[in-house]
Design a protein around this ligand. Structure first.
Ligand SMILES: Cc1ncc(COP(=O)(O)O)c(C=O)c1O
Length: 478
C-alpha cells in the first residue's frame, strides 16, 4: 500500500486543471457515469492511493465481479466437465453459456465462429502457430509491431521450412507504409498456406492498425491472425464487420478478472485447416493404444487440452456484463479524451533551457490510436532519465506505469532508432546468453527501453493529472 501520493498534488490545482479540461472537452461530461461506477466498484483504487496507468498490462476488476463469482461458486457444485453427471453437466452448462456470450459480445455469427478457451492470448497464438500447416513454399507475414507471442510463431514456420517476412513500420508515427504492405500482400503464393498476423492495437505505441487490412489480405489469399489483446479492452471489435480467421485475446486485459483465461476466437473453417501436433485428454472423440489411432474432437473441443478452467471461465461472463453495462463505446470515448489531454500536455513540458522533458514514440494526435503512450523522459542536459528510475519514482507517487520494451521488440527497435547492425553487434559481443541489461549496456548512451502509460476503463482525470504532475516535478530550471 502506498501512503498517499496526494500531499504532493495540490487539490486546488487539480480542480482548476479539471475545469479547464472540461471547458475544452465538454463531451467528457457524458462519460461521467464512469466516475460513479469507479466510486461504487473500484473504491479501493482511491482508498489505497493507487494511480493506475498500466491498463495495457492488465485491466482492473470491479468489486461486484469478485462478489458475484464467489456467490456463483458457493451456490453451485461444479464437477469436472466432460461427463454427464449433474455436477459435471452444471460446469459444462456455464462454460458453454460463456462461450456463446463471448461470441455475442464480439457480434460473431455463431455458425461462422467458435471460441476456444485458452490460458491467455499467448496460448491462443501458440495454438495457431503450432497447428498452422506450414510447409516449404508457405509464408508467414507479420508487422514489426507485434508482441513476442506473435513473433514466436516464426519459430514454428521456420522449423517447417516456410518463409517469414516482416513488414516494417515508419517512425515517428510507427505505422505501416500501406504501399509496402500492399506489395507484401500481393505476394501470397497461390495454392499455398499464407498467414498474415498483426495487432489491432500496438501494445507499444497505441497505434491502431486498420481492420480493413483483414478483407484486403483475405481477398489475396492470406489467412489472417488478429492479435486483439490490447485493442478489445477499450474498443469495439465487431466480427460481423471485420472477419479475421483467428483472433487472440486475454480476458484479464479486458476486465482484470479472472486471470488465466483467454480465447482464440476462430472461424470454424479456419480451425478445420489447423493440424494439432498432438492429442490430449478432452481433445479427442476416441483414441486407442492397440490400434494406435485417434479421432480429434470437432471444433473448439479439439483445441482445449485437458480440463479447462471450469470454475473461472464462468466468471468471464461477469466481466463481459460489466463492460456491457458501462458500454465499450463510452469507455472508448473517455479514454480518447484523456489520451488527448496527455498528448497535449506532455510535449509541452520544457526545461528552463527550452529542451523538452518528454519524447513520445508513435502518433502524437488522436487519429487511429488508442490510450497507450510510449515515451522517454530527459534531463535538461538531454540525457535520458533511465526508464527504471522513472518507474521507481512514479511508484513513490503511487503511480503504476510500465517500462522496458513491453515484449514488443520490433516497435521498440524502430521507435528508439536501434539498427539491425547495432543489435547484431550486441548479440555477437555479449554471446548467446545476452540479457536485457547486457543489451542496455551495449547500446548505452542510446535508450534501450521506454516508459509506457496506458489508460483503460476506469481511468479518470485525476490519474492523468497525477502523471503530468509527476513528470512536471522533473523539470529543471534554466
Ligand atoms: C498486443 C498483445 N498481444 C499479446 C499479449 C500477450 O498476452 P498474455 O500475456 O495475456 O498472453 C499482450 C500482453 O501484453 C499484448 O499486449
Amino acid at each position: 500500500m502506498v501512503d498517499s501520493p496526494w500531499p504532493r498534488l495540490d487539490d486546488a490545482s487539480l480542480r482548476e486543471a479539471y475545469a479547464a479540461f472540461l471547458a475544452a472537452r465538454p463531451e467528457f461530461e457524458a462519460t461521467c457515469v464512469i466516475d460513479e461506477v469507479r466510486a461504487r466498484e473500484f473504491g479501493r483504487l482511491d482508498a489505497l492511493g493507487q494511480i493506475y496507468l498500466d491498463y495495457t498490462g492488465s485491466g482492473l476488476y470491479a468489486a461486484s465481479q469478485v462478489r458475484r463469482h464467489s456467490e456463483m461458486l458457493l451456490g453451485h457444485v461444479f464437477g469436472n466437465p466432460h461427463s454427464t453427471n449433474p455436477t459435471s453437466l452444471e460446469s459444462s452448462r456455464l462454460v458453454e453459456r460463456c462461450r456463446r456470450h463471448v461470441l455475442e459480445f464480439f457480434r460473431a455469427d455463431q455458425d461462422e465462429y467458435a471460441v476456444v478457451f485458452t490460458a491467455n492470448a499467448s496460448q491462443a497464438l501458440k495454438l495457431v502457430g503450432e497447428s498452422y500447416p506450414f510447409e516449404p513454399g508457405d509464408q508467414f507475414l507479420l508487422t514489426f509491431d507485434n508482441h513476442n507471442s506473435v513473433n514466436g510463431i516464426r519459430e514454428f514456420d521456420r522449423a517447417r521450412g516456410a518463409r517469414t517476412h516482416y513488414v516494417p513500420m515508419v517512425p515517428p508515427e510507427l505505422r505501416v507504409d500501406e504501399a509496402v504492405l500492399e506489395r507484401c500482400l500481393d505476394e501470397a503464393t497461390p495454392g499455398r498456406h499464407n498467414l498474415f498476423a498483426y495487432p489491432a492495437q500496438s501494445n507499444f505505441s497505441g497505434v491502431q492498425h486498420p481492420l480493413e487490412w483483414i478483407a484486403k489480405a483475405k481477398a489475396r489469399g492470406w489467412d489472417v491472425l488478429l492479435d486483439a489483446a490490447a485493442f478489445v479492452p477499450t474498443n469495439r471489435l465487431d466480427l460481423t464487420r471485420f472477419r479475421p480467421d483467428f483472433v487472440a485475446l486475454s480476458f484479464y486485459k479486458m476486465f482484470g478478472y479472472p486471470t488465466g483465461v483467454g480465447a482464440l476466437v476462430a472461424r470454424k473453417t479456419a480451425l478445420a485447416k489447423l493440424h494439432r501436433p498432438w492429442f490430449a485428454g478432452g481433445t479427442i472423440d476416441v483414441a486407442s493404444v492397440q490400434a494406435d489411432r485417434f479421432v480429434l474432437a470437432a471444433g473448439a473441443a479439439g483445441f482445449e487440452d485437458g480440463t479447462g478452467d471450469f470454475t473461472n471461465i464462468p466468471a468471464v461472463e461477469l466481466g463481459l456484463e460489466l463492460l456491457e453495462s458501462v458500454g465499450v463505446e463510452l469507455i472508448h470515448e473517455r479514454v480518447r479524451l484523456l489520451t488527448g489531454w496527455l498528448l497535449e500536455e506532455l510535449p509541452a513540458l520544457r526545461h528552463g533551457n527550452g529542451r523538452p522533458l518528454v519524447r513520445l514514440y508513435g502518433p502524437t494526435s488522436l487519429e487511429r490510436r488508442g490510450g497507450t503512450l510510449a515515451m522517454n523522459l530527459y534531463a535538461a542536459s538531454g540525457r535520458v532519465i533511465e526508464h527504471d528510475q522513472v518507474e521507481r519514482q512514479a511508484g513513490e507517487w503511487g503511480i503504476s506505469v510500465r517500462t522496458g520494451c513491453f515484449c514488443n521488440p520490433g516497435a521498440g527497435e524502430l521507435a528508439l532508432g536501434l539498427t539491425r547492425s547495432e543489435i547484431e553487434h550486441c548479440f555477437t559481443a555479449t554471446g548467446s546468453r545476452m540479457t536485457y541489461d547486457d543489451l542496455r549496456r551495449c547500446v548505452d548512451p542510446h535508450e534501450a527501453g521506454a516508459v509506457r502509460v496506458s489508460l483503460g476503463s476506469m481511468s479518470n482525470f485525476a490519474d492523468v493529472f497525477a502523471f503530468r504532475e509527476y513528470a512536471r516535478h522533473l523539470l529543471e530550471a534554466a
